[in-house]
Design a protein around this ligand. Structure first.
Ligand SMILES: N[C@@H](CCC(=O)N[C@@H](CS)C(=O)NCC(=O)O)C(=O)O
Length: 184
């Protein structure tokens, strides 16, 4: 029997669609959920130094969408109903990542502030809510130390600097600082 191991964090996030695909197909798999510290110890052993990673008899497959596609093809839906279920599970990908409530305590929040004289390492457009900014920050926790959310244009700017000395008052912008690295 093929041994499947799906490695991710102890959240739904980018692994949930594949977990659901296993459930729907009724196929056994090892649902490995790594605490942050353990992930950091093993990070270098993963193809893109990130998770989720699916191991199929020891062969690693990275990238959440590639994993879901692989499983979708492998576990061919037996009926139309199953096809519908498979498709709806795949469509869940955006809402599955809405676990952000737990992240709130990890940030100090300064409404009407932004950062000056510091460049973001990344900016993400079309972020409908502040919570989406937090989630994205947690997903690149090794770099993300602060966020500025532009509430008008719905852009999250990510900084690897805490930004404490760079914060200035600015309407309709929200500055969020990671309180503790281990929190994320
Ligand atoms: N494009 C990748 C993104 C993977 C990704 O961002 N993984 C995050 C967790 S959701 C991660 O491993 N973050 C830890 C890090 O980058 O150090 C995918 O879809 O699988």
């Amino acid at each position: 029997m093929v041994h499947y191991k799906l490695t991710y964090f102890p959240t739904r996030g980018l692994a949930e669609v594949s977990r659901q695909l296993f459930q729907l197909a009724g196929v056994e798999f090892e649902d490995e959920r790594l605490p942050k510290e353990e992930f950091l110890e093993r990070k270098d052993t993963y193809p893109f130094k990130q998770v989720p990673v699916l191991s199929v008899d020891g062969h690693q497959i990275p990238q959440s969408v590639a994993i879901a596609r692989y499983l979708g093809n492998k576990f061919e839906p037996a009926s139309k109903m199953r096809t519908i279920l498979f498709l709806s599970v795949l469509a869940l990908i955006s809402c599955c990542t809405a676990d952000s409530g737990v992240l709130r305590p990890c940030f100090e929040r300064y409404p009407n502030h932004r950062l000056v004289n510091v460049m973001p390492y990344h900016s993400e457009w079309r972020m409908r809510s502040e919570d989406m900014c937090l989630l994205f920050c947690a997903q690149s926790a090794s770099r993300c130390r602060s966020i500025v959310y532009d509430t008008v244009q719905h852009i999250c700017h990510y900084f690897s600097d805490e930004g404490v000395d760079q914060a200035v008052i600015s309407a309709k912008m929200t500055y969020l600082r990671v309180v503790s690295k281990s929190c994320l």
